[in-house]
Design a protein around this ligand. Structure first.
Ligand code: IFM
Length: 421
């Protein structure tokens, strides 16, 4: 049967996304300290946590999860030293954009004291991305904090927005000649709910009042950083990364199910956005679909799931993009990916999501780029190393990089700017 070719807009950015703490190795920040305190508990709790889930027994498939080492980021992928090799791989896959984050704890290890050596390091990293023909997208805060800042309350501290403003201004002054696209914050809703509502991530609070304060602080921080970056460079493009979940009602005609969807949508997708004054573009991360039954019970079909038990629901990205059309701003999909150690589902996952992205574009949504999460296998926060999100497999013993077959499929799409279906 003849294949159909779907063309993406000229100049579309094809990328991969990463974050410093998850790949660099050798970080000292609030997470690295928390990992040391939590590894034993997380390893012991793994059996109970994963056996009970609908994930096809990952506990027997991933014995690493019982090992305390799994939960310590340690040297991770040693990307701090091997970034050149990693960007060569990205280039070989025909990527023309690359998303990184700057590790604040390296840049400002003591309050108000900036480390020139580390500033130089990230300059080289960004230049290395550019030298390979890729457009850098730079995240200023992907969740980890310098120790001095976490000791005074981190994102919940009154001082946080000012500290973030100072750091952002410094970064803008240093790099605005080599960075056009700035992402101030990564997924503020995820980090607030995991750290301050469910209490699973550091600082493990379960306090809705504090969560609200964090939300406001992060909103102010984005607004301040937006201003600072634009004061340094009027041509900069600044946004923040919003993780958007697609909610739909279990029964299409049930008012109560629809009410649940409305509320979930508000708290998870809209509330933070409403706190931000300015965005030059919208950055969307898409991973989750929730089919809700009143009051808030999830009833997903889960026909197809990742190693983490997350439902694969490509259509959701289309609805999210359609909804974002109303803001009339360029949209970048700054993350979308899955844990798939055997690489059995990744190629199809990418193709199907892109099919829906293309449909949204053909209906007038202004999508400018897609970044797969992630280039490399990496440290998946409280789950550690066992979930494998990489287009490239990492052998954590030897640090050897091996390009997965799905990456070669993605390469074809990036190379031709088309999807053949
Ligand atoms: O690994 C994370 C990333 O740090 C933020 N977005 C979701 C990814 C997968 O869970």
């Amino acid at each position: 049967m003849e294949k159909k070719t779907l063309k993406f807009p000229d100049g579309f950015l094809w990328g991969a996304a990463t974050s410093a703490h998850q790949i660099e190795g050798g970080n000292t920040n609030d997470w690295s300290e928390w990992e040391k305190k939590s590894a034993e508990r997380l390893a012991k709790g793994a059996e109970a946590k994963w056996q009970a889930r609908k994930t096809g027994q990952p506990s027997s498939k991933f014995p690493e999860m019982f090992d305390q080492k799994n939960y310590i980021s340690g040297r991770a992928c040693d990307h701090y030293n091997r970034y050149g090799e990693d960007f060569d791989i990205a280039k070989s896959l025909n990527l023309n954009a690359f998303r990184i984050s700057i590790e604040w704890s390296r840049i400002e290890p003591k309050e108000g004291e900036f480390n020139e050596k580390e500033i130089e390091h990230y300059r080289k990293v960004i230049e290395a991305i550019r030298a390979r023909g890729m457009e850098p997208f730079v995240t200023l805060w992907h969740w980890t904090l310098p120790l001095w800042l976490s000791e005074i309350g981190g994102v919940s501290s009154k001082k946080f927005p000012l500290c973030f403003e100072r750091y952002s201004q410094k970064m803008a002054k240093e790099y605005s000649n080599i960075v056009k696209y700035w992402l101030t914050l990564n997924e503020p809703t995820a980090v607030t709910s995991m750290g301050y509502l469910s209490g699973v991530w550091p600082p493990q609070k379960k306090n809705p009042i504090l969560a609200l304060r964090v939300f406001k602080n992060l909103g102010r921080s984005h607004n301040a950083a937006y201003k600072e970056i634009h004061q340094v460079s009027s041509s900069a493009q600044v946004g923040f990364v919003n993780i958007l979940n697609y909610f739909d009602p279990f029964k299409k005609k049930s008012y109560l199910d629809k009410l649940s969807v409305g509320l979930a949508n508000y708290f998870s997708n809209k509330k933070f956005f409403n706190l931000t004054n300015n965005n030059d573009f919208l950055a969307v991360d898409y991973y989750f679909h929730h089919r809700l039954k009143f009051p808030a019970k999830e009833n997903n079909a889960n026909r197809n799931i990742t190693d983490l038990g997350w439902e694969i629901y490509p259509e959701g990205i289309y609805h999210i993009l359609k909804d974002y059309k109303k803001f009339n701003l360029p949209i970048f999909i700054t993350e979308n990916g899955l844990a798939d150690a055997k690489d059995e589902k990744r190629a199809k996952f990418i193709r199907e999501h892109l099919l829906w992205v293309h449909k949204a574009i053909s209906e007038g949504v202004d999508v400018h780029g897609y970044f797969h999460w992630s280039l490399l296998d990496n440290f998946e926060w409280d789950k550690g190393f066992w979930p494998r999100f990489g287009l490239v497999e990492i052998d954590y013993e030897t640090l050897e990089r091996k390009i997965r077959p799905s990456a070669l499929e993605y390469k074809k799409i990036c190379e031709t700017n088309t999807l053949k279906i």
